[in-house]
Design a protein around this ligand. Structure first.
Ligand SMILES: Cc1cc2nc3c(=O)[nH]c(=O)nc-3n(C[C@H](O)[C@H](O)[C@H](O)COP(=O)(O)OP(=O)(O)OC[C@H]3O[C@@H](n4cnc5c(N)ncnc54)[C@H](O)[C@@H]3O)c2cc1C
Ligand code: FES
Length: 336
Protein backbone atom coordinates (compact mmCIF):
# COMPACT_ATOMS: atom_id res chain seq x y z
CA UNK A 1 0.00 0.00 0.00
CA UNK A 2 1.33 3.43 -0.94
CA UNK A 3 0.99 6.73 0.90
CA UNK A 4 -0.98 9.54 -0.71
CA UNK A 5 1.51 11.75 -2.59
CA UNK A 6 0.89 14.94 -0.61
CA UNK A 7 0.48 16.27 2.88
CA UNK A 8 -2.37 18.46 4.05
CA UNK A 9 -3.76 20.30 7.07
CA UNK A 10 -7.10 19.42 8.69
CA UNK A 11 -9.69 21.62 6.96
CA UNK A 12 -7.97 21.98 3.57
CA UNK A 13 -9.61 21.18 0.26
CA UNK A 14 -8.63 19.59 -3.04
CA UNK A 15 -9.68 20.83 -6.43
CA UNK A 16 -11.05 18.20 -8.79
CA UNK A 17 -11.04 18.80 -12.48
CA UNK A 18 -12.79 16.92 -15.26
CA UNK A 19 -13.53 17.32 -18.94
CA UNK A 20 -17.32 17.58 -19.22
CA UNK A 21 -19.09 18.38 -22.46
CA UNK A 22 -15.86 19.60 -24.05
CA UNK A 23 -15.02 22.01 -21.25
CA UNK A 24 -12.63 21.58 -18.33
CA UNK A 25 -14.53 22.06 -15.09
CA UNK A 26 -12.98 22.48 -11.64
CA UNK A 27 -14.58 22.29 -8.22
CA UNK A 28 -13.17 22.21 -4.71
CA UNK A 29 -13.98 19.52 -2.14
CA UNK A 30 -12.79 19.53 1.42
CA UNK A 31 -10.88 16.52 2.67
CA UNK A 32 -13.04 15.03 5.40
CA UNK A 33 -10.48 12.47 6.57
CA UNK A 34 -7.69 13.21 9.01
CA UNK A 35 -4.16 14.04 7.85
CA UNK A 36 -3.02 11.30 10.22
CA UNK A 37 -4.38 8.80 7.65
CA UNK A 38 -1.64 8.52 5.07
CA UNK A 39 -3.08 5.79 2.83
CA UNK A 40 -6.28 7.48 1.68
CA UNK A 41 -8.24 10.68 1.60
CA UNK A 42 -12.00 10.92 1.97
CA UNK A 43 -14.25 13.51 0.39
CA UNK A 44 -17.99 13.78 0.95
CA UNK A 45 -19.80 15.22 -2.02
CA UNK A 46 -23.40 16.33 -2.02
CA UNK A 47 -25.00 15.45 -5.33
CA UNK A 48 -26.56 18.55 -6.84
CA UNK A 49 -29.47 17.77 -9.18
CA UNK A 50 -28.03 19.96 -11.95
CA UNK A 51 -24.43 20.07 -10.77
CA UNK A 52 -21.68 19.27 -13.23
CA UNK A 53 -18.91 17.87 -11.08
CA UNK A 54 -20.97 16.53 -8.17
CA UNK A 55 -23.05 14.47 -10.63
CA UNK A 56 -19.90 13.43 -12.43
CA UNK A 57 -18.38 12.17 -9.17
CA UNK A 58 -21.55 10.39 -8.05
CA UNK A 59 -22.67 8.95 -11.35
CA UNK A 60 -19.49 8.29 -13.26
CA UNK A 61 -16.63 7.78 -10.90
CA UNK A 62 -16.22 4.20 -9.71
CA UNK A 63 -13.55 2.12 -8.04
CA UNK A 64 -10.55 2.18 -10.34
CA UNK A 65 -11.35 5.55 -11.94
CA UNK A 66 -8.47 7.96 -12.19
CA UNK A 67 -9.15 11.47 -10.96
CA UNK A 68 -7.44 14.71 -11.85
CA UNK A 69 -6.85 16.39 -8.51
CA UNK A 70 -4.71 19.40 -7.65
CA UNK A 71 -2.84 19.79 -4.41
CA UNK A 72 -4.46 20.74 -1.10
CA UNK A 73 -5.18 24.37 -0.47
CA UNK A 74 -6.92 26.65 2.01
CA UNK A 75 -6.32 28.15 5.43
CA UNK A 76 -9.59 27.16 7.09
CA UNK A 77 -7.55 24.83 9.23
CA UNK A 78 -7.09 23.99 12.88
CA UNK A 79 -4.42 21.73 14.34
CA UNK A 80 -4.97 22.50 18.00
CA UNK A 81 -1.78 24.53 18.23
CA UNK A 82 -3.36 27.98 18.36
CA UNK A 83 -6.25 27.62 20.83
CA UNK A 84 -6.99 25.64 23.96
CA UNK A 85 -10.54 24.83 22.84
CA UNK A 86 -12.50 24.95 19.60
CA UNK A 87 -16.13 25.36 18.56
CA UNK A 88 -16.97 23.78 15.20
CA UNK A 89 -20.32 24.90 13.79
CA UNK A 90 -21.49 23.23 10.58
CA UNK A 91 -24.59 23.14 8.43
CA UNK A 92 -25.28 20.46 5.82
CA UNK A 93 -22.26 19.41 3.80
CA UNK A 94 -20.26 22.14 5.59
CA UNK A 95 -19.52 19.39 8.09
CA UNK A 96 -16.60 18.09 5.97
CA UNK A 97 -13.80 20.39 7.23
CA UNK A 98 -15.09 19.93 10.80
CA UNK A 99 -14.86 16.14 10.45
CA UNK A 100 -11.26 16.37 9.33
CA UNK A 101 -10.44 18.67 12.25
CA UNK A 102 -12.32 16.57 14.83
CA UNK A 103 -10.83 13.30 13.58
CA UNK A 104 -7.36 14.82 13.61
CA UNK A 105 -7.73 16.26 17.11
CA UNK A 106 -9.00 12.91 18.42
CA UNK A 107 -6.16 11.03 16.74
CA UNK A 108 -3.65 13.42 18.31
CA UNK A 109 -5.26 13.31 21.77
CA UNK A 110 -5.91 17.06 21.78
CA UNK A 111 -6.57 17.91 25.43
CA UNK A 112 -8.88 20.91 24.86
CA UNK A 113 -12.65 20.91 24.66
CA UNK A 114 -14.16 20.42 21.18
CA UNK A 115 -17.73 21.65 20.76
CA UNK A 116 -19.21 20.22 17.57
CA UNK A 117 -22.52 21.86 16.60
CA UNK A 118 -24.36 20.53 13.58
CA UNK A 119 -27.52 21.56 11.80
CA UNK A 120 -29.16 19.43 9.11
CA UNK A 121 -32.59 19.23 7.56
CA UNK A 122 -33.37 15.74 8.87
CA UNK A 123 -31.67 12.74 10.42
CA UNK A 124 -31.39 11.24 6.93
CA UNK A 125 -29.04 14.09 6.09
CA UNK A 126 -27.09 13.87 9.37
CA UNK A 127 -23.89 12.63 7.80
CA UNK A 128 -21.24 11.07 10.05
CA UNK A 129 -23.83 10.61 12.82
CA UNK A 130 -22.71 7.11 13.92
CA UNK A 131 -19.04 8.05 13.88
CA UNK A 132 -19.61 11.24 15.88
CA UNK A 133 -21.65 9.36 18.48
CA UNK A 134 -18.91 6.76 18.75
CA UNK A 135 -16.18 9.40 19.06
CA UNK A 136 -18.17 11.23 21.74
CA UNK A 137 -18.41 8.03 23.81
CA UNK A 138 -14.64 7.53 23.56
CA UNK A 139 -13.50 11.11 24.14
CA UNK A 140 -14.80 13.04 27.15
CA UNK A 141 -13.65 16.35 25.64
CA UNK A 142 -15.81 16.01 22.49
CA UNK A 143 -19.26 17.60 22.97
CA UNK A 144 -21.74 17.09 20.13
CA UNK A 145 -24.98 19.02 19.74
CA UNK A 146 -27.20 18.58 16.69
CA UNK A 147 -30.44 20.12 15.56
CA UNK A 148 -32.74 19.04 12.74
CA UNK A 149 -34.74 21.71 10.96
CA UNK A 150 -37.37 19.21 9.77
CA UNK A 151 -37.72 16.95 12.78
CA UNK A 152 -41.51 16.77 12.80
CA UNK A 153 -42.90 13.30 12.24
CA UNK A 154 -39.48 11.64 12.66
CA UNK A 155 -37.99 9.66 15.55
CA UNK A 156 -35.49 12.46 16.32
CA UNK A 157 -35.70 13.38 20.01
CA UNK A 158 -33.01 16.08 19.99
CA UNK A 159 -33.17 19.79 19.25
CA UNK A 160 -35.21 21.00 16.31
CA UNK A 161 -35.12 24.10 14.14
CA UNK A 162 -32.12 25.96 12.74
CA UNK A 163 -28.94 26.65 14.72
CA UNK A 164 -30.04 29.57 16.89
CA UNK A 165 -28.46 31.79 19.52
CA UNK A 166 -30.23 29.77 22.24
CA UNK A 167 -29.04 26.45 20.80
CA UNK A 168 -25.44 27.71 20.71
CA UNK A 169 -25.61 29.17 24.23
CA UNK A 170 -26.98 25.87 25.60
CA UNK A 171 -24.29 23.81 23.87
CA UNK A 172 -21.19 25.92 24.53
CA UNK A 173 -20.28 27.47 27.88
CA UNK A 174 -18.31 30.74 27.85
CA UNK A 175 -18.46 30.93 24.08
CA UNK A 176 -17.16 34.50 23.95
CA UNK A 177 -13.64 33.36 24.83
CA UNK A 178 -13.40 30.49 22.34
CA UNK A 179 -12.12 30.08 18.79
CA UNK A 180 -14.94 29.30 16.37
CA UNK A 181 -15.00 27.68 12.91
CA UNK A 182 -18.15 28.06 10.86
CA UNK A 183 -19.10 26.46 7.55
CA UNK A 184 -22.45 25.90 5.89
CA UNK A 185 -24.95 27.33 3.42
CA UNK A 186 -24.80 31.15 3.14
CA UNK A 187 -28.11 31.90 4.96
CA UNK A 188 -27.12 29.63 7.86
CA UNK A 189 -23.68 31.25 8.07
CA UNK A 190 -25.19 34.74 8.16
CA UNK A 191 -27.67 33.74 10.89
CA UNK A 192 -24.97 32.08 13.01
CA UNK A 193 -22.61 35.06 12.62
CA UNK A 194 -25.42 37.30 13.93
CA UNK A 195 -26.09 34.93 16.85
CA UNK A 196 -22.39 34.81 17.75
CA UNK A 197 -22.19 38.60 17.71
CA UNK A 198 -25.18 38.74 20.07
CA UNK A 199 -23.44 36.25 22.35
CA UNK A 200 -20.48 38.64 22.54
CA UNK A 201 -18.02 36.65 20.42
CA UNK A 202 -15.41 39.01 18.93
CA UNK A 203 -15.32 38.82 15.11
CA UNK A 204 -11.59 37.99 15.09
CA UNK A 205 -12.33 34.69 16.85
CA UNK A 206 -14.65 33.48 14.10
CA UNK A 207 -13.20 31.75 11.01
CA UNK A 208 -15.54 30.96 8.15
CA UNK A 209 -15.49 29.08 4.88
CA UNK A 210 -18.19 29.33 2.23
CA UNK A 211 -18.86 26.46 -0.17
CA UNK A 212 -20.47 28.82 -2.65
CA UNK A 213 -21.21 27.30 -6.04
CA UNK A 214 -18.72 28.10 -8.74
CA UNK A 215 -19.80 31.07 -10.81
CA UNK A 216 -19.06 31.77 -14.43
CA UNK A 217 -18.94 28.07 -15.31
CA UNK A 218 -22.12 27.17 -17.02
CA UNK A 219 -21.17 25.24 -20.10
CA UNK A 220 -24.33 24.46 -21.98
CA UNK A 221 -27.25 22.42 -20.81
CA UNK A 222 -27.09 20.54 -17.54
CA UNK A 223 -29.06 17.33 -17.81
CA UNK A 224 -28.19 14.65 -18.66
CA UNK A 225 -24.39 14.55 -18.37
CA UNK A 226 -22.65 13.98 -21.70
CA UNK A 227 -21.80 10.36 -22.53
CA UNK A 228 -18.76 9.17 -20.60
CA UNK A 229 -15.49 8.71 -22.38
CA UNK A 230 -14.21 5.13 -22.29
CA UNK A 231 -10.67 6.34 -21.79
CA UNK A 232 -9.79 6.96 -18.15
CA UNK A 233 -9.05 10.54 -17.19
CA UNK A 234 -5.35 11.24 -16.63
CA UNK A 235 -4.04 11.23 -13.09
CA UNK A 236 -2.36 14.33 -11.89
CA UNK A 237 -2.25 14.45 -8.15
CA UNK A 238 0.12 17.37 -7.88
CA UNK A 239 2.40 16.36 -5.02
CA UNK A 240 2.85 18.40 -1.94
CA UNK A 241 5.30 20.66 -3.69
CA UNK A 242 2.24 22.83 -3.95
CA UNK A 243 2.34 23.12 -0.19
CA UNK A 244 5.58 24.72 -1.05
CA UNK A 245 8.22 25.60 1.45
CA UNK A 246 10.76 26.99 -1.03
CA UNK A 247 11.59 30.63 -0.33
CA UNK A 248 10.28 32.89 -3.04
CA UNK A 249 12.44 35.55 -4.63
CA UNK A 250 10.55 38.79 -5.04
CA UNK A 251 11.20 40.79 -8.19
CA UNK A 252 8.51 43.39 -7.65
CA UNK A 253 6.24 44.98 -5.08
CA UNK A 254 2.53 45.19 -4.58
CA UNK A 255 0.97 48.22 -2.91
CA UNK A 256 -2.47 47.87 -1.32
CA UNK A 257 -4.21 51.24 -1.29
CA UNK A 258 -6.99 50.63 1.30
CA UNK A 259 -4.73 49.14 3.96
CA UNK A 260 -1.78 51.38 3.04
CA UNK A 261 0.61 48.41 3.04
CA UNK A 262 3.27 47.44 0.50
CA UNK A 263 4.87 44.01 0.25
CA UNK A 264 7.22 41.99 -1.94
CA UNK A 265 5.84 40.06 -4.91
CA UNK A 266 7.59 37.05 -6.43
CA UNK A 267 6.72 35.98 -10.00
CA UNK A 268 5.25 32.67 -8.79
CA UNK A 269 3.28 34.28 -5.97
CA UNK A 270 -0.34 35.36 -6.25
CA UNK A 271 -1.55 38.78 -5.13
CA UNK A 272 -3.60 36.92 -2.49
CA UNK A 273 -0.52 35.20 -1.08
CA UNK A 274 1.43 38.47 -1.10
CA UNK A 275 -1.45 40.15 0.75
CA UNK A 276 -1.65 37.37 3.32
CA UNK A 277 2.09 37.58 3.92
CA UNK A 278 1.76 41.17 5.14
CA UNK A 279 -1.65 40.89 6.80
CA UNK A 280 -3.82 42.58 4.17
CA UNK A 281 -7.29 40.97 4.36
CA UNK A 282 -8.74 39.76 1.05
CA UNK A 283 -11.74 37.39 1.15
CA UNK A 284 -11.33 34.14 -0.70
CA UNK A 285 -12.89 30.73 -0.94
CA UNK A 286 -11.72 28.24 -3.54
CA UNK A 287 -8.29 29.78 -4.24
CA UNK A 288 -8.48 28.18 -7.64
CA UNK A 289 -9.97 30.98 -9.72
CA UNK A 290 -13.51 29.71 -9.85
CA UNK A 291 -15.59 31.22 -7.07
CA UNK A 292 -14.88 34.93 -7.62
CA UNK A 293 -14.70 35.64 -3.89
CA UNK A 294 -11.25 37.18 -4.15
CA UNK A 295 -12.06 39.83 -6.78
CA UNK A 296 -10.11 43.06 -6.31
CA UNK A 297 -9.65 46.14 -8.52
CA UNK A 298 -6.20 46.37 -10.12
CA UNK A 299 -5.27 50.06 -10.23
CA UNK A 300 -1.81 49.83 -11.81
CA UNK A 301 0.25 47.13 -13.49
CA UNK A 302 -0.45 43.99 -15.51
CA UNK A 303 -1.22 40.49 -14.24
CA UNK A 304 -1.46 36.97 -15.63
CA UNK A 305 -4.27 34.69 -14.42
CA UNK A 306 -4.14 30.97 -15.11
CA UNK A 307 -7.85 30.49 -14.34
CA UNK A 308 -10.37 33.30 -14.81
CA UNK A 309 -13.63 31.44 -14.50
CA UNK A 310 -14.77 33.51 -11.54
CA UNK A 311 -14.65 36.76 -13.56
CA UNK A 312 -17.34 38.04 -15.90
CA UNK A 313 -16.03 39.66 -19.13
CA UNK A 314 -17.28 43.12 -18.07
CA UNK A 315 -15.50 42.85 -14.73
CA UNK A 316 -12.30 41.97 -16.54
CA UNK A 317 -12.79 44.97 -18.81
CA UNK A 318 -13.12 47.17 -15.71
CA UNK A 319 -9.76 45.99 -14.37
CA UNK A 320 -11.07 43.57 -11.74
CA UNK A 321 -8.73 40.66 -11.08
CA UNK A 322 -8.86 37.45 -9.05
CA UNK A 323 -6.33 37.91 -6.29
CA UNK A 324 -5.84 34.13 -5.94
CA UNK A 325 -4.77 33.88 -9.58
CA UNK A 326 -3.13 37.24 -10.35
CA UNK A 327 0.64 36.99 -10.75
CA UNK A 328 3.10 39.49 -12.14
CA UNK A 329 6.78 40.10 -12.76
CA UNK A 330 6.21 43.86 -12.46
CA UNK A 331 5.00 45.99 -9.58
CA UNK A 332 1.28 46.40 -8.94
CA UNK A 333 -1.15 48.69 -7.16
CA UNK A 334 -4.28 46.92 -5.89
CA UNK A 335 -7.33 48.26 -4.07
CA UNK A 336 -7.47 46.18 -0.88
C1 LIG B 1 -13.41 25.54 -0.53
C2 LIG B 1 -14.60 24.74 -0.95
C3 LIG B 1 -14.81 23.48 -0.38
C4 LIG B 1 -15.93 22.73 -0.74
N1 LIG B 1 -16.13 21.49 -0.15
C5 LIG B 1 -17.22 20.76 -0.50
C6 LIG B 1 -17.46 19.47 0.12
O1 LIG B 1 -16.70 19.00 0.97
N2 LIG B 1 -18.56 18.79 -0.28
C7 LIG B 1 -19.44 19.28 -1.22
O2 LIG B 1 -20.41 18.59 -1.56
N3 LIG B 1 -19.23 20.50 -1.80
C8 LIG B 1 -18.15 21.24 -1.47
N4 LIG B 1 -17.92 22.46 -2.07
C9 LIG B 1 -18.84 22.89 -3.15
C10 LIG B 1 -18.35 22.32 -4.47
O3 LIG B 1 -17.09 22.90 -4.81
C11 LIG B 1 -19.29 22.62 -5.65
O4 LIG B 1 -19.55 24.01 -5.69
C12 LIG B 1 -20.60 21.85 -5.58
O5 LIG B 1 -20.35 20.45 -5.50
C13 LIG B 1 -21.43 22.14 -6.84
O6 LIG B 1 -20.65 21.84 -7.96
P1 LIG B 1 -21.29 21.19 -9.27
O7 LIG B 1 -20.28 21.25 -10.36
O8 LIG B 1 -21.89 19.87 -8.97
O9 LIG B 1 -22.48 22.20 -9.54
P2 LIG B 1 -22.46 23.44 -10.58
O10 LIG B 1 -22.50 22.92 -11.95
O11 LIG B 1 -21.37 24.37 -10.21
O12 LIG B 1 -23.85 24.08 -10.21
C14 LIG B 1 -23.98 24.82 -8.98
C15 LIG B 1 -25.43 24.83 -8.54
O13 LIG B 1 -26.24 25.47 -9.51
C16 LIG B 1 -27.30 24.62 -9.93
N5 LIG B 1 -27.45 24.78 -11.40
C17 LIG B 1 -26.46 24.94 -12.27
N6 LIG B 1 -26.94 25.09 -13.52
C18 LIG B 1 -28.27 24.99 -13.43
C19 LIG B 1 -29.32 25.05 -14.36
N7 LIG B 1 -29.10 25.20 -15.67
N8 LIG B 1 -30.56 24.90 -13.90
C20 LIG B 1 -30.81 24.75 -12.59
N9 LIG B 1 -29.85 24.69 -11.65
C21 LIG B 1 -28.60 24.80 -12.07
C22 LIG B 1 -26.87 23.21 -9.58
O14 LIG B 1 -27.94 22.34 -9.29
C23 LIG B 1 -26.02 23.42 -8.36
O15 LIG B 1 -26.84 23.44 -7.22
C24 LIG B 1 -16.84 23.23 -1.71
C25 LIG B 1 -16.59 24.49 -2.28
C26 LIG B 1 -15.49 25.23 -1.92
C27 LIG B 1 -15.26 26.58 -2.56
S1 FES C 1 -10.75 32.51 -4.13
FE1 FES C 1 -12.12 31.66 -5.54
S2 FES C 1 -11.60 32.77 -7.33
FE2 FES C 1 -10.12 33.35 -5.96
Amino acid sequence: MRDIPFVFMPGQFLTFSAEIGGARVRRSYTIASSPTQRSYIEVTVKREEQGLISRHLHDRVAIGSLLDVSAPSGVFTFTGADADSIVLIAGGVGITPMMSIARYLMDRSYPGDIYFLYGARSTQEFIFREELEYLQKRHANLHIAATMSRAEGTAWMGASGPISKEFIARAVPEIARRRIHLCGPPPMMEAVKGALAELGVPKEQVRTEAFGPARGVTPGTRAPLPAPSLAPAPVSATPAAAVDATPRIATAEVRFTKSGKTGPLAPDQSVLEAAEAIGVPIDYSCRVGICGTCKVPLLEGKVMMEVEEGLAPDEKARGIVLACQAKSVGSLVVEA
